[in-house]
Write a protein that binds this ligand. Structure first.
Ligand code: LLP
Length: 438
């Protein structure tokens, strides 16, 4: 990526800052984000969409990477924010993110979470199921409030990276199915309900998508539904939210299209359908997560034990693993990496990068070509901005890594590394604890 370079010491630089120095200043494993690139990506989505479609908005999907500092960036860049839990909502509110710009998602929002959302006045609740509509109705009645909602629709499209299926399937835990008529029953219920104001419809067709066709089809399916709702209930749907899913590059095999192409496909189908059915153009929303933060992040590790099994494999172990990056173990996800302190050295050997968790499956990268690796080397793994920190755990009692933002060539610690004390802080323990120093 353009934000990467090699300096005169032969070290990798991210956004103009030496990665080896970052590792020695903040320790490893370390999540490093290029704040400039996050901001650039926010602006790119806003601009590309606005160029194609006047009445539009971009919602950052917080599940990809959610911290108060991130919420602040999203706020400053003028995006909306998608939260999926009371915890994400709390984080956003604590960062002074305006509640009116928050979209609240999730297939099992609790009474408490909904109450909190309604109390603070979130902009939209994206209602997933019938149980939730009733919960919202009850809460609004008690609190004497009304709330603007979108209904989450299952459009029968499933797009995962390279395979795209249009099954009309209703077998999903998310949303109201079209095939079984649930979508229209939900619309009917919401239209009648005094406590909710049905503003629009939502769908999300998948993640890490590399094709335009699923977006095009989603546009058609949702506009057909808008037309049906107009015909059956004489009700105007004002907003359509198409979720996220814009693919990014993890390795050379990933070939994402320019964002504009996905958006063009979507916009074209919406315009065509609006014209065909004589419908007003709805406000168009999208919810990118990965494409905003994914490419802006990298993880730095220190190499420790190296085990060579001659003729079989060389295992290079690093000081993190599935606790800071669950994606290889969970999705068989692939990554590229370099040795940050040997960035200009020739590639010399094929090794496999192992995490330090007590599980054979904790492998970060199988068979990667690197310069000669030695203990103490700093390994930089790319494209770790989305779904890494947010999916991290304390498995094996590993403290979560620190998070550093780079902006204007300056590094800023935004989340401290967890300590051992953090790991036990919520545990209730009757005996007097021992003093452990190390
Ligand atoms: N909107 C909704 C309703 C979603 O469910 C998602 C992602 C997004 C937006 C953002 O999608 P994105 O633009 O990031 O693709 N943990 C997985 C990804 C799960 C995505 C879930 N939903 C991974 O690490 O690949």
């Amino acid at each position: 990526h353009e934000n990467l370079s090699i300096n005169e010491k032969g070290h990798l630089e991210i956004a103009g800052v030496d990665a080896v120095e970052l590792a020695s200043t903040f320790g490893t494993p370390l999540y490093v984000f290029d704040e400039g690139l996050i901001r650039e990506n926010c602006r790119k989505f806003k601009k590309e969409l606005a160029n194609l479609y006047e009445n539009s908005g971009v919602i950052y999907a917080g599940k990809a990477f959610m911290t108060m500092n991130m919420a602040k960036i999203v706020e400053e860049e003028g995006l909306y924010l998608d939260v999926v839990s009371g915890g994400e909502l709390y984080t956003a509110l604590k960062a002074n993110f305006p509640a009116s710009r928050i979209f609240f998602h999730g297939n099992n929002k609790s009474f408490q979470e909904l109450k909190m959302a309604i109390q603070y006045g979130v902009g939209r609740i994206v209602v997933d199921n019938f149980y939730e509509i009733e919960l919202i109705n009850d809460i609004c009645k008690k609190m004497k409030k009304t709330v603007d909602i979108l209904l989450r629709i299952t459009p029968g499209i499933e797009a995962h990276t390279h395979d795209y299926i249009k099954t009309g399937q209703i077998d999903s835990k998310f949303g109201f199915g079209l095939e079984n008529g649930h979508a229209l029953i939900a619309v009917k219920t919401a239209v009648k309900m005094k406590t909710v104001n049905l503003v629009g419809l939502h769908c999300h067709i998948g993640s890490q998508i590399f094709e335009t066709q699923p977006f095009k089809d989603a546009g058609i399916i949702m506009m057909e539904l808008v037309k049906t709702i107009k015909d059956e209930f004489n009700y105007d749907i004002e907003e359509l939210d198409f979720g996220g899913g814009f693919g990014i590059k993890y390795t050379k095999d990933d070939k994402p299209l320019p964002v504009k192409e996905y958006l063009e496909a979507l916009v074209l189908s919406i315009r065509e359908k609006a014209k065909e059915h004589g419908l007003k153009l709805p406000k168009l929303l999208i919810e990118p997560g990965r494409a905003i933060v994914g490419p802006a992040g990298m993880t730095l590790y220190t190499v420790g034990a190296i085990k060579n099994i001659p003729g079989v494999r060389k295992y290079v172990s690093v000081d993190g693993g599935m606790s800071d990056n669950i994606r290889p173990a969970l999705y068989n996800a692939k990554y590229e990496a370099v040795i940050a302190n040997k960035a200009s050295k020739p590639l010399e050997e094929v090794v496999s990068i192992a995490g330090k968790c007590c599980e054979s499956g904790d492998m970060l990268i199988w068979d990667i070509n690197l310069p000669k690796v030695e203990p103490g080397d700093i390994l930089a793994v790319f494209s770790t901005g989305a779904y890494h920190h947010s999916m991290s755990s304390n498995y094996n009692m590993l403290p979560r890594p620190a998070v550093v933002f780079i902006y204007n060539k300056k590094a800023r610690l935004v989340i401290k590394r967890e300590t051992y004390e953090d790991l036990i802080k919520n545990e209730l323990f009757e005996d007097k604890g021992k003093t452990v120093s190390f």
